[in-house]
Design a protein around this ligand. Structure first.
Ligand code: C2O
Ligand code: CU
Length: 495
């Protein structure tokens, strides 16, 4: 319904513009300030066409999706550090769209946030993004126009940047991309709110397949394997590997050293990535999700040890492992964005709450936002009424998220990586650098970074139903121009 409504509104806008003789301004495109790779890098060009299509999650279960190049996840974008990434987006969707590069500190004009850094690319039109791949690691890309709908429908993919000039040891890499899909996949649009409709999600997919259709992973016994995991969905998942111990080697793309071996279940919140390494055993095993909702038994991945020894079945329900506490993991990233012992020059506290909307509530945020019965608020306000976090270049910025609600909130900052500084006022050991952090109910988390990338940047929950329901704010560098505004002729909705 929302899509139909948007399309009508757009047609109406055009008609009105035509009658009055005025014209709609050309859609603000990505600004493309970076045109050359770093010294030694190359120009890598990719074509991404966003279009409706159908995918088969497993035999008998097909879904009507919106996808990049016809697959969910979209194609893997893999480059080397220093390369210039050039992406031509063609929009064959019935509505406007954008691409955001989650976790990458790109120039503001390439960030792909509708209504903040660009206008949605209209249906039938194209746009080009270009930016230098500065930091190695596991990242991802996804729509940032009406993301609660568009990412949910399938508009996302992985982006991996290999370090330096060394050849990537891609033989050793395996990928696990988790997502959830609604029951009744033929629905014209996914459920719009965080309430009862959520229970409509019943299928977890791994790399775009569910249940028996999930591709096994093949490994050579004795070899080192790097598993790059992404949660593209809206729920926290707990990934367990039965039969090996693993070492975490990267959080949200940021390489760490000195991490201990663990057999704990690995928490992966919406938008988060984690890379782990293990030595492939002689015998096959299973990678599965525990404590899952929706029921995640169907999301188990079989690891075949060179195809020889078959694994026993995945763990039984109720066989639950402790969950790795990443705040206590103690590994060290080399690329700390927080000088040791630094004192913040700007400190913000963002208190996160969920508030039932009373009948007749006027607390609606903006037309087109997917508002359910619950508002997801920051300091008592829903976007776009949330306070702007105003900073200046070179500020040392600390943000404390306090979760006073009952749900997990996976808080993500655009344009920067941050270091985990404190949990519940206790210093976080080691150096853990991330761009997304799950703040559990009752918990406070402080992150820090140096302001070094001017612009207008989103801070929001990556449970996109929550961001669409208000849990978004903007971080602004004093003096930085705003490249696009909310609503307007292109119906920009930035969740
Ligand atoms: Cu994954 Cu605001 O982004
Ligand atoms: Cu949330």
């Amino acid at each position: 319904m929302q899509c139909a409504w948007s399309a009508c509104a757009l047609v109406l806008t055009i008609a009105v513009a035509a009658c009055t003789g005025s014209t709609i301004p050309t859609a603000q495109a990505p600004t493309g300030q970076q045109t050359a790779p770093a010294p030694g890098g190359s120009v890598r060009t990719f074509e991404l066409t966003a279009a409706p299509t159908r995918i088969e999650l497993q035999p008998g279960l097909t879904a009507s999706v919106w996808a990049f190049n016809g697959t969910v996840p979209g194609p893997l974008i893999r480059v080397r550090q220093g390369d210039l990434i050039v992406v031509h987006l063609r929009n064959r969707l019935p509505v406007g769209t954008t691409i955001h590069w989650h976790g990458l500190a790109v120039p503001n004009g390439e960030d792909g946030v509708a209504g903040v850094t660009q206008d949605p690319v209209p249906s039938g039109r194209s746009a080009t993004y270009a930016f230098v791949a500065r930091t190695a690691g596991t990242y991802w890309y996804h729509s940032h126009q009406r993301g609660a709908e568009q990412v949910d429908r399938g508009l996302y993919g992985l982006l991996v940047i290999d370090p330096g000039r060394a050849a990537p040891d891609s033989q050793a890499d395996r990928f696990l991309v988790y997502d959830e899909w609604p029951l009744g996949l033929e629905m014209p649009s996914p459920p719009a709110d965080g309430g009862a409709a959520m229970s409509a999600y019943v299928t977890v997919s791994v790399n775009g397949k569910s249940g028996p259709a999930i591709e096994p992973i093949n490994v050579i016994p004795g070899s080192k394997v790097r598993l790059r995991m992404l949660n593209a969905g809206y729920l926290v998942h707990f990934v367990r590997l039965d039969g090996v111990t693993v070492r975490v080697v990267a959080f949200d793309g940021h390489e760490v050293s000195g991490g201990r071996l663990t057999s704990d279940a690995l928490p992966l919140g919406p938008g988060e990535r984690m890379d782990v390494e293990f030595t492939a055993p002689q015998r096959g095993f299973w990678i599965s999700l525990q404590e899952g909702f929706p029921p995640s038994a169907g999301a188990a991945v079989e690891v075949e040890a060179d195809g020889r020894a078959r694994a026993q079945g995945p763990p039984a329900d109720g066989d639950i492992r402790p969950v790795l506490d990443i705040f206590a993991y103690g590994a060290r990233a080399a690329d700390s964005p927080w000088p040791q012992g630094a004192v913040a020059t700007r400190a913000f506290t963002l208190t996160l709450t969920e508030v039932a909307r009373g009948p007749g509530s006027t607390a609606a945020s903006m037309p087109g936002m997917e508002m359910g019965d619950v508002l997801y608020e920051i300091n008592g306000k829903a976007f776009p009424a949330t306070d702007i976090l105003e900073v200046s270049a070179t500020d040392r910025v600390a943000i404390t998220f306090i979760n006073r609600g009952r749900m997990d909130h996976s808080m993500h900052l655009h344009g920067h990586a941050f270091q985990l500084l404190e949990r519940d006022r206790n210093a976080v050991p080691g150096v853990i650098v991330k761009d997304t952090v799950v703040v559990r109910p009752g918990v406070s988390v402080t992150v820090g970074f140096v302001a070094d990338n001017p612009g207008w940047w989103m801070v929001h929950c990556h449970e996109l139903h929550h961001s669409a329901g208000g849990m978004m704010a903007l971080l602004h560098y004093t003096g930085a121009p705003r490249l696009s505004s909310l609503g307007g002729p292109y119906q920009a909705v930035p969740d």
